[in-house]
Ligand binder design. Structure first.
Ligand SMILES: *Cc1c(COP(=O)(O)O)cnc(C)c1O
Length: 361
């Protein structure tokens, strides 16, 4: 398969050449070399700064789904309760995953084109008393950003639940204050704003969450057990992916040399341009309120008179790749991914102009 000239899928995003360079070197065995642990530590510190947290950062190998599973399996035993706040597919997914290993899950659900209402979550949580409350910052399939994380964090505290948040598709590209929102376990992947391959998963874990993790003591590849003392212990549960760790370091240093606030502003600009161009060609945003749109991805309704298959085919013939959708949004909603390396006004303008040309016929 050839690469598309204008890649605007909502992850994995295009990997810039400076990050690809990490794979041109050979490195030693990550579990034996002091240099690896020093690189790991540098990345932990940079991630803490990016997420605004003092919590410990755990960097594991594997795609982000590994830590969505891990965060649940490490904090819930069969029979224990989780309340999944959901305004989309990933929100719902937390409940399904937890049920698969016997946890008791309820969903506090909202329409996919809206964002959660914290008051309704509060009522539900007070009645249900979950051990874990989950939320999703950017619901990538819906193109929405949950604005009430701090309020949801307060709800979790009020009922004594751990607050687990999937910010895989937002952190770095949308403002996020992990400690300010009381996020006990925060989940991030490498193939979205960090512009890497889908090879690393990053978790921020609060002292309160460590207490629960050590009590549950889950063992498995995706367990957090054994990671708390990395790098100090100079020991890891498995041999790490040194190339990706190096790529992460290049990516984080690029963010901080641009300025984390400038990176957020670049995402805002690309997102606004995308929405404005979409509106001017007569497209309807999928989120009901423009204020709920994520700065990292824009979801539009497939326009009348087109099937997604036809539109996608016409775009791909011009070298443009947008994202389709899944589940109940399949064929109805498509996405423009402008996160990380793709939060680029020139790229968005180019892709959206081709869409406009196709729609004009
Ligand atoms: C991309 C993403 C993940 C990781 O899941 P994949 O579908 O395997 O890429 C998890 N949560 C959110 C919100 C994401 O956007």
């Amino acid at each position: 398969m050839e690469s598309y000239k204008i890649g605007l899928v909502p992850g994995p995003v295009s990997v810039p050449e400076e990050i690809r360079r990490a794979w041109l070197n050979d490195y030693g065995s990550s579990d034996l070399e002091a240099e690896f642990f020093s690189l790991y530590h540098q990345n932990q510190t940079l991630i803490q700064e990016l997420l605004h947290t003092h919590n410990r950062i755990i960097i594991t190998s594997g795609e982000a789904m590994s830590i969505l599973w891990g965060s649940l399996k490490c904090t819930l035993r069969a029979g224990e309760k989780i309340l999944a706040v959901s305004s989309g597919m990933f929100g719902e997914g937390f409940a399904e995953m937890a049920r698969s290993f016997g946890a008791v899950a309820e969903v506090c659900g909202f329409p996919y084109d809206e964002v959660p209402d914290p008051e309704r979550v509060r009522e539900h949580a007070r009645a249900f008393r979950p051990k874990v409350l989950t939320a999703v910052h950017c619901e990538t399939p819906s193109g929405t950003l949950t604005p009430c994380l701090a309020e949801l964090g307060r709800v979790a505290r009020e009922v004594g639940a751990l607050f687990v948040v999937d910010f895989v598709a937002s952190a770095g590209g949308a403002a996020l204050d992990v400690d300010g929102c009381g996020i006990d376990i925060g989940l991030l992947g490498s193939q979205k704003v960090l512009s890497m391959t889908p090879s690393l998963s990053i978790s921020s874990i609060s002292p309160r969450a460590w207490g629960v993790i050590e009590d549950v003591n889950y063992s498995g590849y995706e367990s957090y057990i054994g990671w708390r003392e990395v790098p100090e212990a100079h020991y890891m549960p498995y041999t790490h992916d040194w190339h990706s760790m190096k790529a992460l370091n290049i990516s984080l240093n690029a963010i901080f040399s641009e300025g984390a606030a400038n990176v957020l502003a670049r995402h805002e600009r690309a997102a606004k341009l995308c929405r404005d161009m979409g509106r001017s060609m007569g497209l309807t945003l999928y989120p009901k309120d423009e204020a709920w749109c994520s700065p990292t991805v824009t979801a539009f309704c497939v326009p009348d008179g087109w099937s997604w298959g036809e539109l996608d085919g016409a775009l791909r013939a011009e070298g443009v790749a947008f994202g389709g959708n899944y589940g109940e949004l399949a064929g109805r909603v498509f996405r423009v991914g402008h996160m990380g390396s793709q939060a680029d006004c020139e790229l968005v303008e180019h892709g959206m102009s081709i869409l406009a040309k196709i729609l004009r016929g």
